[in-house]
Design a protein around this ligand. Structure first.
Ligand code: 4AD
Ligand code: MG
Length: 430
C-alpha cells in the first residue's frame, strides 16, 4: 500500500510504501535509524540487520542525506516518539541520490541558511512553521466564510498610496508610473459598499528601509472591511478573529508547536475580549515605567510596544492615536479632534503590532479636506471620493500582518522564517 507519513496511523501492523527523503541517519553494526520525511511529516524508519536482506542493510548504512527513496515497512505504534509511529523497514529503493547536501545536522549561520532557503524549508523546524502559516490561512478563510464575509481580491498594481508615500514600491506601468500595493484597503472600502462584509488576502509591498525582526519588504495581509460597522464593532471582529486562529493552531498544529518548543499555556488563554488602552493612557503608563524618551504625539517604538504588551496576558488594543500619526482616511473621535477612531493590536511576548485598523471617514467634505492636508491629488482618488458621494455609510476595517502573526504563534524570533522566500532589505535571493 502506497501512502504518506501523516496517513500511517490508518495502517498499524500493515506493510506500507512511502516516497520519502532521508533527513538524517544514525547506525551501528546491527541497526540503522533513518529519519524520513515526505513533506507531509517526519517518521523514523528502523532497519534491523538480522531481519532484512543483506543489501537492504548495506544500503541503509550508506544512503546520504536528502537522497530520495521508496521505503517499505510495517507501521508500529511508538509512544516514545512525538509523532507516535515508526516504521520497521523491510525494503529500500533509491529514487535519486543526493550528494554533499549543504545543510548538515550541525549548526549553520543565518546568512548561509538564508542563501539556501530553497533547501532550508525542508528542515523540521521550517516545515513546522510553514504548517502553522498554512493553518492560520485555512482558519482565516473558515472564520470569515462562517461569518458572512465575501473574499474580494484588490489589485496589486496601483496608481495610489493609501499608507503614505514614503514606503512606495515604484514600478512602471507601460508609460505611466505605478506602485505595488501597500494595502488593498481603499479598494476593499469600495467592495464593502458592494458586498457588505468583505476580506482580502494578498501580498503587500513596502519599500521600508527597516532592518528589524518584524519588517519584510513583501508580506501578506488579511484586510477585512465592513459596511455599517463602527469603531467598537470593528474591535469585536478583530478579537474574535484573532482568538479563532490562535485556538485553531492549538487544536490542529499540536505536533508542530511541540517541534518548535512553543510554550502553549499562554496561547490557550487567548480568548475574546482583549484588553484596551488608549494612546493617552499608554503614554502615561510608559512615563510611570520610566520611559522619559517619549512624549504625547510620538509614535511607539518596539521597546514601548513590548513594555505595554508585557503588562497584559492577551493581545492589547492601543486605541485613539493622535491624528497626525495616522493615515488620512481615519475617522476623528467625535469628542475631540486631535485623535482618531483607530486601534493597533499588539501581540504579547514582544511580537509587536499585528493589526492596524480604524473606522473610516464617511463624510465627503471632511475626507476631501484631509486629502488636501495630505497633499493627495483629487484626480487619482476621485473614485474613492465617489464612495462618499453615493450613499455613504459608516464603515470600518483592519489589516492583519500574516508573518508577524505566524512569528508570534510559532514562537520564532524573526519574520524571515515565517514566509517561504522572504524579501528583505538586502535579499532578493533565492
Ligand atoms: O498598520 P498597517 O500599515 O495598516 C494598513 O495597511 C491598513 N491599510 C490596513 C487596513 O486597515 N486595511 O499594516 C497592517 C499590518 C501591521 O499591523 C503589521 O502586522 C503588518 O501589516 N505589516 C508588516 N508586516 C511585515 N513587514 C512589514 N514591513 C509590515 N508593515 C505592516
Ligand atoms: Mg500600523
Amino acid at each position: 500500500m502506497k501512502t504518506t507519513i501523516t496517513e500511517v496511523s490508518k495502517y498499524v501492523g500493515q506493510e506500507v510504501t512511502i516516497g520519502a527523503w532521508l533527513a538524517n541517519k544514525r547506525s551501528s553494526g546491527k541497526i540503522a535509524f533513518l529519519q524520513l520525511r515526505d513533506g507531509t511529516g517526519f517518521i523514523q524508519g528502523v532497519v534491523v540487520k538480522a531481519e532484512v536482506e543483506e543489501e537492504v542493510f548495506k544500503l541503509a548504512k550508506s544512503i546520504t542525506q536528502e537522497t530520495s527513496l521508496f521505503v517499505t515497512g510495517t507501521v508500529q505504534e511508538d509512544e516514545r516518539s512525538p509523532f507516535g509511529y515508526e516504521l520497521t523497514v523491510t525494503n529500500i529503493k533509491v529514487i535519486s541520490e543526493s550528494v554533499d547536501y549543504p545543510i548538515t545536522p550541525k549548526k549553520h549561520g543565518t546568512e548561509f541558511l538564508m542563501d539556501n532557503r530553497h533547501l532550508w524549508i525542508r528542515s523540521k523546524r521550517q516545515h513546522a512553521v510553514m504548517k502553522i502559516r498554512n493553518e492560520i490561512i485555512r482558519a482565516t478563510y473558515e472564520f470569515f466564510n462562517n461569518n458572512g464575509f465575501v473574499k474580494v481580491d484588490p489589485p496589486i498594481l496601483t496608481g495610489s498610496a493609501p499608507e503614505g508615500t514614503t514606503e512606495l514600491f515604484h514600478t512602471k506601468y507601460f508609460e505611466e508610473d505605478a506602485y505595488l500595493s501597500q494595502s488593498g484597503q481603499l479598494y476593499m472600502e469600495a467592495a464593502a459598499m458592494a458586498l457588505g462584509k468583505v476580506f482580502s488576502f494578498g501580498p503587500t509591498f513596502r519599500a521600508e528601509k527597516s532592518k528589524t525582526r518584524r519588517h519584510l519588504i513583501e508580506f501578506w495581509m488579511i484586510e477585512p472591511e465592513m459596511a455599517f460597522y463602527e469603531f467598537e464593532d470593528n474591535l469585536q471582529v478583530q478579537e474574535q478573529y484573532v482568538a479563532y486562529i490562535v485556538q485553531a493552531v492549538l487544536k490542529n498544529c499540536a505536533l508542530e508547536l511541540k517541534i518548535l518548543g512553543r510554550e502553549t499555556e499562554t496561547l490557550s488563554k487567548i480568548t475574546a475580549p482583549f484588553p484596551r488602552i488608549t494612546y493617552d493612557d499608554a503614554i502615561k503608563f510608559l512615563h510611570d515605567k520610566g520611559f522619559d524618551d517619549i512624549e504625547w504625539g510620538d509614535d511607539f517604538g518596539s521597546p514601548h510596544e513590548t513594555a505595554i504588551a508585557e503588562s497584559f496576558d492577551k493581545p492589547v488594543f492601543i486605541t485613539h492615536y493622535p491624528t497626525a500619526l495616522k493615515p488620512f482616511y481615519m475617522q476623528p473621535d467625535p469628542n475631540r479632534d486631535d485623535v482618531v477612531l483607530c486601534a493597533d493590536l499588539i501581540a504579547p511576548e514582544g511580537y509587536g503590532e499585528i493589526i492596524g485598523g480604524s473606522e473610516r471617514i464617511h463624510d465627503a467634505e471632511l475626507l476631501a479636506q484631509r486629502m488636501k492636508e495630505h497633499d493627495l491629488s483629487p484626480e487619482a482618488y476621485q473614485w474613492y471620493l465617489d464612495l462618499r458621494q453615493y450613499g455613504s455609510v459608516p464603515h470600518s476595517g483592519f489589516g492583519l500582518g500574516l508573518e508577524r502573526t505566524v512569528a508570534w504563534l510559532s514562537g520564532v524570533e524573526h519574520v524571515r522564517e515565517t514566509i517561504p522566500f522572504p524579501r528583505l532589505l538586502n535579499r532578493l535571493y533565492p
